[in-house]
Design a protein around this ligand. Sequence first.
Ligand code: AMP
Length: 190
Amino acid sequence: MRMLLMGPPGAGKGTQAKVLAERLNIPAVSTGDIFRANVKDETPLGLEAKRYMDAGDYVPDEVTNAMVRDRLSEADAGDGFLLDGYPRTLAQVGTLDDILAEHGHKLDAVVALIADTDVLVARMLKRAHVEGRSDDSEEVVRHRQDVYTAETKPLLRVYAQRGLLVEVDGVGEIDEVSERVLAALKTVTE
Ligand code: AMP
């Protein structure tokens, strides 16, 4: 299974990615997690990414694409993966297509978690207190929703046109949403 998990910031992608990857026995590859680990370790990549992340902007495509290319060529991603938070721009869609083609692979499914923006903003502000993320101030939270709407939401159409998109209601208990995703996956992969 090679799949993407998409949806606006705060829709629960990270949580679902971990649960689903475990259930499907594939690695979850989260670009946000990889960036955050690099920021924490103060690597050159982390120092570059941090200023964009703190402002709620996307890290430049060249940087993000190079990182994903490296990650997907690791052995554990050879038989499948769940990408969480990538691609987020049309340029990234093109790069992912290239990476997959180079390996003779293709995507099986794109799952979009759907949730109301106001619910999401409230959720993210609550999470700010729990996780202490530096990109969770109210202004940045709202900006991230706007960036998603402008840059990433249009990608859903692209994947819908390819017949890969399944939309899943992202509001509910963690297990409930996971079951919805697993049921929806059967409809596109069968
Ligand atoms: P996330 O945890 O997925 O919400 O990502 C946190 C932050 O990392 C985002 O707000 C971006 O600044 C950066 N980031 C994560 N994934 C990408 C991506 N595919 N393209 C550009 N920036 C990204």
